[in-house]
Design a binder for this molecule. Structure first.
Ligand code: MN
Length: 205
């Protein structure tokens, strides 16, 4: 069965003023939807992958036939990264990490403010299009990193907990060239409960 677009859990305008309604609408209904459509089209040549989880496909791209591997890398990555991006945003403003995740962030980065500063640096420093991530690496440690284009941390052996999209389509209508301001403001709409859920589900894998 073809992959589907998960429904957005909030209205297009619900993240304002941090992210404007038009940006969310175009980002979700056009960009995200196009990655999904292109993924499904590519997989028609290898329909056995329709029965797999995106997570498993992206964790081992070498299993994808070479003819469609680049298309799958870009579009499965596009779908997965955007699924995560929209899922870890919320109109419930100002949540913060708590519990074990908060403790691990303090331990790895010396506090939440330092974590944010390091994350912003990584996302701001991504030249061209890509993402900033908080992931868990193979020995189970928290890691701040960025990827180019639609590359997914899963393909590098890391499990993403939080993503911020820094493609211009994610912020340009409202922030124009001011990526740093978008990054500063986005913290207010990050759903830390969701990030924590992913952290806990990773530990139970
Ligand atoms: Mn995007």
């Amino acid at each position: 069965m073809a992959f589907e677009l998960p429904p957005l859990r909030y209205a297009y305008g619900a993240l304002e003023p941090e992210i404007d309604a038009q940006t969310v609408e175009i980002h979700y209904s056009k960009h995200h939807a196009t990655y999904l459509k292109n993924l499904n089209t590519a997989l028609e040549k290898a329909p056995q992958f329709f029965d797999m989880k995106l997570e498993d496909i992206l964790s081992d791209l070498s299993k994808v036939p070479e003819e469609i591997r680049t298309a799958v890398r870009n579009n499965a990555g596009g779908v997965y990264n955007h699924n995560l991006y929209f899922a870890n945003l919320t109109p419930d403003k100002g949540t913060k990490p708590s519990g074990n995740l908060a403790a691990q962030i303090d331990k790895a980065f010396g506090g939440f403010d330092n974590f944010k500063a390091e994350f912003e640096k990584a996302a701001l420093g991504r030249f061209g299009s890509g993402y900033g991530f908080l992931s868990v690496n193979n020995p189970g440690r928290l890691l701040i990193h960025s990827t180019a284009n639609q590359d997914c941390p899963l393909s590098e052996g890391n499990y993403p907990l939080l993503v911020v999209d820094v493609w211009e389509h994610a912020y340009y209508l409202h922030y124009q060239n001011r990526r740093a301001e978008y990054l500063t403001n986005i913290w207010n709409v990050i759903d830390w409960k969701e990030v924590e859920k992913r952290f806990d589900s990773y530990k139970n894998k």
